[in-house]
Design a protein. Sequence first.
Length: 536
Amino acid sequence: MRFARSRALAVLRVRGAALAVALLPAAVAVVLFAAPATGRLTGSGWDTARWTTAAVAAVVLSAAVLVAAVVARAGPAVSPTVPIAEGTAPDLYRLVRELADRLDVPAPSAVALTPDCDSWLEDRAHLGRRSLGVRRPAGRGRAAERAPELVVGSPFLWWMRVAELRAVLAPVVAGTGPAAHPDIAAARRFVRGLDAAVAVADRHRALALVGWVTRPLLRGCRRHAGEMERGVAAAASARAQSVDYGLRIVAQEQVGLAYAGWDRLLTRVALPAWRMGRWPSRLDAGVVSALTELSRRDRLAEGFASRLGERPACDLLEEPGAVDEAASLLAARLFHGGPAERGPDWAPVDWEAYPEEVVDRKWRLEAARLHRILDELPDAAPASAASGGPTLARVLDRLAGGAGEEGFTARLAARLDTEMAREERHRQESSAAGPGAVGGPWGEDPVPLLPLQAPRTGRELLADHVLAAVCCAAVDTAGAAPGLDWLDGPVLRFGRERAADPFPAVLELVEGGDADALRGWIVTAGVRPEKPVRLV
């Protein structure tokens, strides 16, 4: 804590130096105007110097007042979260309040959820949030009323047990102690103000002077501010050592497991739905299913399934389903740029309906796109000439064997790449609210998108579309059905059994023009490639 305070003082010294520089011309002007009263610095030359210095001082002070006003007024951008009122989660607030009392620190002013595997404290004093109403430790005064807000990763509530959540939150809540220290609080306000002022200057060209002044100040504070935050984190961790220390080790293992399952759920399950205008409305409940499945498959995770008999932390919420839906919509907004509210082209989907409404529709949309582009290519036979409709045989014959395998595949992949890029641009432009916005009185800051996947190459897109054509043929001609695997996303099923994955054979066709492995899979699965398939 002593180290964190020393770094905070270093930040404040930067603020003091800036103030001294702003006041220096005025101080010189005062000296020059006061000197004649003592019989010194007289004459016309000194008169000119006096008025010149006074003019410079006026300009510098005016600029300083402008910069100070922007720094004070520019509210820092806040993280998009799902607010949790005390009335909707009294048990959660009670847990946080008791934890703060045990650590002898001010309680957070409020609790909110983020759709990610992380937890932190966020200062939202400028938003006027009400506090938890706990006692104020002696000597903390107004600081207790402006305690930061506790932001909790929503996957933690659904996967972790109550005791594990308390152990994970202990070092986070302990951070309200350093946050109440006057020097640290002042240093944080100064750095946040500079950061917000730089953002304001970037948005408004008329305030270029503000950016010119605040950027060097922010650079001068950066190292000290970073060291201060590391010192605060170390002090908070040390204070929390006495709270459930043994359980914290186990809980940290759950943090890593939750992160792995959440990442798989977003990239393999949620992303296909988001791309077609649907958003799974129970992502946090899905992460429990994903991690339970991971525990079943991974021998290293066998012991984790036994925890599920204990009380889950989501029981601390009065309406966990409504909170999960709100967090799921925010996740789509943050990770994909979807609208902030549901609409006709942005509708929720339940897990029970996911295979039919997302998986099957995804396959048919991609198969339809593949056949449409095949129709448009000059050297491709039209679907009407290929056994009376869009068939899997048409795709296999065109991609495998014959003169120019490779050139045709490259052109097809390039066209798919162009088509998908065009559709993505159209989706972003036509989105009702774009990625959404948050911010303060100087305008709104766009919510930063957190992309889940790197851009896919044309060959990767082609492989996905050929796989979709294979799955459509399996559903329409071999009695297969779309399914959902919690870790792998869309899958093909025959009855209750998951079909052998055809994707490796599809890759051989797309990358090398060899259709033998895929034809073997088709025969084994009983698929009729010559039969037309239903497209969307």
